[in-house]
Design a protein around this ligand. Structure first.
Ligand code: PBG
Length: 326
């Protein structure tokens, strides 16, 4: 057969495939989400996310230790407070759950990078991501509490803050508040294109943050849109975002690709709870090969353009990297 182009030549052996692979993953780019809960001696499995746990501060060391040992170098902290109110005031309390977790973590595991999720939904009695006026989340009043929360995280030792609320103007507002308080060197990772997604379902059980009424569609993005994601990202960058994010990951790889093409800021993808739980559930039924699916989905996210991947599978992926199997 007269044929010069034979792409199969470079697929013949593992050595050739590895040599010509276009996508490589490093544990430096992985972020592991950690749930911290008020109370003592707690390490409880999250029913909707098998293999993931909520830890009280006295047992936080167990998961931070495991993270360090896995080779993962960054965590994203989520707090589950004992007390919720209309304003979500425990979010910015000096002795709040995330603030104390930071204090513990920075002291005992200083080798990790501590990123904090800045949002109100875990702290408000109504479960919405901000201050309500009637049934609506009031944008500008929410900016005030978000800024207070971000500053209090920085004061408690956060290395980076990650606002996930989707209020307009929050990145600029938080940037100015941080700068005013002397935290001009603390970067902001903006959840820029955060979609209103059913993939967050298991997280809301984990963080006890489901809205008591309605949904988040008046602030999170509509999944039919991609130009809007570009617009949101552009605004966040103008307002001072250091890293931008697309969330969820798996159903939004086209959005990630578009953002990667258009902007030069580092891009994070958040492979969210629903993506994790679907894989866990299907694997536990024997329908899929868990390890291969973890690798394939993670690779697809980096191939789409992610510089950073936030994932509940961070430990597993770091393990595959260490053994050279991804
Ligand atoms: C807080 C927040 C959510 C997630 C990250 N930050 C929940 C939501 O917006 O309802 C979801 C993470 C996940 O599903 O893994 N607003």
């Amino acid at each position: 057969m007269d044929m010069t182009d034979r792409p199969r030549r470079l697929r013949k052996t593992q050595l050739l495939r590895d040599m010509t692979a276009e996508t490589h993953i490093s544990a430096n780019s992985l972020v592991y989400p950690v749930f911290v809960i008020e109370g003592e001696n707690i390490r409880e499995e999250i029913s909707s996310m098998p293999g993931q746990y909520r830890h009280s501060i006295d047992r936080l060391g167990e998961i931070l230790e495991k993270t360090v040992a896995s080779g993962v170098r960054a965590v994203l902290l989520f707090g589950i407070p004992a007390h919720k109110d209309e304003q979500g005031s425990s979010a910015w309390a000096e002795d709040g759950i995330v603030q104390r977790a930071l204090e513990y973590g920075k002291k005992n595991y200083p080798e990790l990078l501590y990123i904090t999720d800045v949002c109100m939904c875990e702290y408000t009695s109504h479960g919405h991501c901000g201050i309500l006026e009637g049934d609506c989340v009031h944008n500008d009043k929410t900016l005030e509490v978000l800024a207070k929360t971000a500053v209090s995280h920085a004061r408690a030792g956060a290395d980076m803050v990650a606002p996930s609320d989707m209020m307009d103007g929050r990145i600029g507002y938080i940037r100015r508040a941080l700068d005013r308080e002397g935290f001009c060197d603390i970067p902001i990772m903006a959840y820029s294109a955060k979609y209103a997604s059913a993939f967050y379902g298991p997280f809301r059980t984990a963080a006890d943050s489901a809205p008591a009424f309605g949904d988040r569609r008046s602030y999170q993005m509509d999944c039919r849109n991609i130009r809007e994601a570009v617009y949101e990202t552009e605004l966040d960058i103008k307002e001072g975002a250091d890293i931008v994010m697309v969330k969820p990951a798996l159903s939004y790889l086209d959005v990630a690709r578009e953002i990667r093409k258009r902007f030069d800021k580092p891009l994070a993808l958040y492979s969210v709870s629903g993506e994790y739980s679907m894989i866990k559930a299907a694997a536990s039924l024997g329908y899929i090969d868990e390890e291969r699916i973890i690798k394939e989905t993670a690779l697809s996210m980096f191939r789409a353009g992610a510089d950073i991947l936030i994932t509940y599978f961070a430990h597993e992926i770091a393990g595959y990297i260490a053994e050279g199997s991804i």
